[in-house]
Design a protein around this ligand. Sequence first.
Ligand SMILES: C[S@@+](CC[C@H](N)C(=O)[O-])C[C@H]1O[C@@H](n2cnc3c(N)ncnc32)[C@H](O)[C@@H]1O
Length: 282
Amino acid sequence: MADSASAWPEIPEVEFLTKYSNISKEEALARIEQVKDALRRDGQHLYKCIEHGTFGNSKINRHPFYRQLLELSRSPDFRFLELGCCFGVDTRKLIHDGVDPAKLSVSDLSDVYWNLGRDILFAGDEPSVERVFGDFTTAESSSDLPHIVSAHGWVEKFDAVSAFAILHCLSKEQTDQFLVNCFQSLKWGGNLIGWCVGTLNSAGSTTNVMTPTKGLPGREERPRFLHTADSLLLYLHSIGFSQVRVTVSLRHIPGADNASYFGELKPSFLVFSATKLKKPAA
Ligand SMILES: C[S@@+](CC[C@H](N)C(=O)[O-])C[C@H]1O[C@@H](n2cnc3c(N)ncnc32)[C@H](O)[C@@H]1O
């Protein structure tokens, strides 16, 4: 992707929040701080992007697929799933840009962030989209609980699925299953889009690991795995995706020089898209 580090806004980011809620920059910054305070008070995890206050801005419109996504959304059958929806910023961006909320679904591990988005960040605004909260990294046969994809009628349901800033929070096994679940939930011809922190240098498929995220209270997370552009491309192909693109962006990653965090790894920003090509006729 042709971008430069300066193409990215400075943090904290408030552009979309000020526009959507019609508030001043000062008010937007104050709401961002209130959200962070509420999370700390509650003992919830503050992901790095939350700590740095990037959640006052939408991400999805900065993905190269966005224009095509808006075109696709005009079809009456269009369905979109935002994974790791957090405070619900990207979904509100789609609605702001004219997408019918009835065509949208959001999902996250828990509803903690979504609720703070409704109560504080967007001051009472809650779009009427389908909402499902649960772990998107489990395999169909791994527990007695109903599988998140099949339990909600999501098999081959979506024209597009987004995964922004999630893969790098997961272990290798979780990342693999998360992407398999994405594939399963896409219609034939559908597209997966997103980005994640990756690494420029590989220490091996099982050793590109960092300390785990803190996770939800009471939930222990495993060491996270960082893909290289090549390993993500290969894995997406291996589970059936075609037209896979993984590009390294020049965006600065806050904390990239923190050796205690990244160890020997050289963090990079990976932007990806992949298509579940139409099923060949039998
Ligand atoms: C770093 S935040 C990114 C949020 C948002 N997509 C963005 O770009 O700002 C990671 C998100 O992934 C969610 N998440 C983490 N583990 C998950 C899991 N196992 N299943 C579903 N969502 C998960 C977190 O709750 C959080 O909302």
